[in-house]
Each structure stands twice: as structure tokens, then as C-alpha cells.
Design a protein around this ligand. Sequence first.
Ligand SMILES: *Cc1c(COP(=O)(O)O)cnc(C)c1O
Length: 513
Amino acid sequence: MTMNATGRPTAPTSAPAPSSPADAALLPAEALLFEIGDRDHSGVDLPDLEVGDERLAGLRRKTPLDLPGLTEPEAMRHYVRLSRRNYSIDSGMYPLGSCTMKHNPRLNEKMARLPGFADVHPLQPVATVQGALGVIEELAHWLMELTNTSAVAMSPKAGAHGELCGMMAIRAAHAANGQSHRDVVLVPESAHGTNPATAAFLGYKVRSIDANANGTVDVAAVKAAIDDNVAAIMLTNPNTCGLFEPEIIEIAEAIHEAGAYFYCDGANFNAIMGVVRPGDLGIDAMHINLHKTFSTPHGGGGPGAGPVVLSQALAPFAPVPFVRRSGDGLELVEHPDATSLGRLTAFHGQMGMYVRALTYMLSHGKDGLAQAARDAVLNANYIKAGLDDLFTAPFDGQPVMHEVLFDDSFLKGTGVSTLDFAKAMIDEGFHPMTMYFPLVVHGAMLIEPTESESRQTLDAFIATMRELAEDAVAGNAERFTAAPIRAPLARLDETRAARQPRLIWRHEKTEAS
Ligand SMILES: *Cc1c(COP(=O)(O)O)cnc(C)c1O
């Protein structure tokens, strides 16, 4: 690797010329706010404070706060420059598998910013927030309709939080039925890490189930793992290999026969919404990641939300609060009855996410949601067909759902790892796919285009991936191991960043001391 005058490594000769080089002149290194600003600057002129009686006793701070002062243009430029160094769903394709990084329609944002939603306070009298409660109620109705379930807990704030909610409902149900001795949760090997973590967090023992040669779970393997101590199974469908579990109904029957419950990880609901109703498959509890299925991906507009739909058997154990019709208005039920598992969050959940998700549903309609799911599946299979001959798939021979999984066997002997390959994608203008997950596959590359991407974008992605694969196999490892060279920062020492993160910044003058 060679360095140019700016200290940035230059492209190895095998790489094509950069189409849009990160130009040092226009993308200067960005200093911290604390380095740009000082205490004498301010974006606003405030009158001097009249300090009245001292009411802080001994608690008043003795040293200056040392916040950086910046003029308005300085502050604005700092943040705009930073934003330009960031890759986002609004600047290009984000093929992360398992994450469902779909487009975030601007209509959703407009609705979420309506003052009647954005400015409500969780402690306002319910008579003044009937519209907001109406949104929660209607969204809950859509979620139960789409899943054919009896109840939904709206308050969980992420997928993992939803898992906790669903598994607490299962634990409460077992306790109510005198089955508290059940202390084992079955979790397939291919599960998202949050599944075993949730089970372990609640004190359950995790019993792992192997995937078969097709990357799915056999009912025979589940039956072999069942005994009187099994409380539940946590199964993802479609699973993290991008495959629909073909024996899911038989698995549900076997689990119920054994007196256990079926927790379904529904984070990949984008592949089946409007097409399959999980309640028809026999699930008892399932979280839905509003931030994956109904737009608003991570970083695309706000926090997440992980409502949990519940079967009739688990509905009595749902947490508070929930919205209920009373007379011609809506009320918030805030106090748990004898069976409810209680309260999971301080207030009522993520209002902004509810508005965005319902806007997405209403603007698509039921038929539009099913179309989005079908298009997501079509796009994943289009990528699979475009790469199949060069990339190696661990579970070949079947169409995939919303995401396509490759492994690293096509890179064997090239000196290029999955990580190197992903870094080279950055140089070609594509955000990498999910790497090294699911763990059941060596050097996994998990690609999920979602329904958002046009055929033109998919073709460009496929062409880039093909060109990279051919170059790796042709022996040009240096292009990969040196990558990225066109990103604002080149290859980072990720191990050091993870092990010795520098989380505190100090003024130079104090740093020496
Ligand atoms: C994203 C995801 C989760 C966790 O959801 P969070 O909102 O990130 O907590 C769980 N399971 C699967 C399969 C996922 O893809």
C-alpha cells in the first residue's frame, strides 16, 4: 500500500479509477465541536443573567462548564459536514440482511410531525388526546388483523424488548397454570442473538436445536428436545437464513401438545405481511418490529417500536397500559388486573413510531402491504439469481424469502475474507451487507434489498458484486485487504476501536496532566 500526500492510502493499480474520490479539499477532516468552539463565542445574544438568591447551597458548580460556543454558521457547517460523511438510507442502497432497511416515506415524517401527535405529553388528560389514542387503537387493530391474533401489547420499544414482553407473558401463563417448574426454552441455532439472550435474562435455560441441511428446523429435532421442563420455543420465521420454516405448523402442534408456548420472532414480518397470518400457523406471541416492517429503519427517522401480538391463551397476561373503548370515547387502562404481567415502560410507547407505521399501512392498504412483501421477496430472489453462479450459497436449491444468504467458500484460497470483501464494496459506493451472521454459516454474507430498490439499483448492485467476486478469484487480493481507500477514513483498526475506545475528550491543556 502506498500513501499520497494527505497520508491517505492510494488505490492499488488493479482497482479502477475512483468515480467520486473523497476529495480532501472538499471533505476536510472534521474537528470536534469542542475544538472549533470556545467560551467567548455564541450563536445568540442573551442578556446578562441576574443571579438572585443562591438556592443551590453547596451544590453550585465551582468550575466553568466549558461548553463550546460557536456562531450559527459554524455550528450549522459542522453538522452538515458531519452528515455528508455519513452513509444513510436516503443516500443509497443499504443491503443489510436481518435489518430490513427499507425506504422511509416522507409522508410518514409529515404525519409524525403534526403538532397533535408530536407535541402531546404523556401525562395530558386522556380527554385531550383522544386522536392520539385513536391512532394507537387503529394500529393495534391492523396488527391483530395482519397476524390473526387476539391481543397486542403496544408499549415495547424495540424487537428485543418485545421478546422480553412475550416471554414474560409466557412465564406468567405458566405460573397461572401451576407450571412454574418449566425452565427450558428451545432456541434454534440460527436464531437472532436476542432470542437466547431474552430467555437467559428471564432465568430460562437455553436448549439449542440444530438446523438441518436446508437451513431450517425439523419438527423431529424439536420433538427430540421436548420434555416436561420446556416452557416455550423461540423460532424466527422467516428465519435468519432468509427461509420460510416449512414445518412450522407441525412444530407449533408439537409444542402445544407438550404444554409449552410458541414464541415467534417476527422481525422478518416484512417478507410475509398481508400474505401469511402468523396466528394461522399457531404462534402464541410474536413481536413485530415496526421499524423494519412498516418503514422507519434504524437511523431513518427515529427510535424503534416492538409491539407484541398475543394468542387467546396469552391475552389475559398482556401488560398495561392499553387503549380501550368506553362509551363513545377511548380510555387508557393503566392499572394491571390480577393476571396482567404489569408495566414494561414508563409511559405508553413510541408515539412517533405509531404514527409512522399507521401512515405506512393506510397509504399502502392491505393489498399494498402484501405487494410490498412480494416485491421484497422478488428483489431478494433477483439478486440471488444474479449472483448464484459466482457466489456460494450454503443452502442452495430453493427460492429465498426477503433476504439471500451466501457464504465465503467462493473466496477460499484467494486471501480475501468476508470482511475484506465488504470493505471493497464501500469503495464501489455500496454499503456492505450483513456479515458473519447468521453464525451457522461460515463467513456469512446476508443481503436484503427490500422492496424499496428499483431494478436499476439492483442491477448496479449485482454488477458491482460480480466484478468484485471475479477480481477476488482472479487473485487481486490487495484491492480487498487495503479497502476502503475512498471512504473519508481508510481501513480502521476495529479491534483497537472495540477494545480501547476513547470515549472522553479533554482539552489539550488538561490532557497532559
Ligand atoms: C432486528 C431483529 C431483532 C431485534 O430487534 P431490535 O429492534 O433491534 O431489538 C430480533 N430478531 C431478529 C430476527 C431481528 O432481525
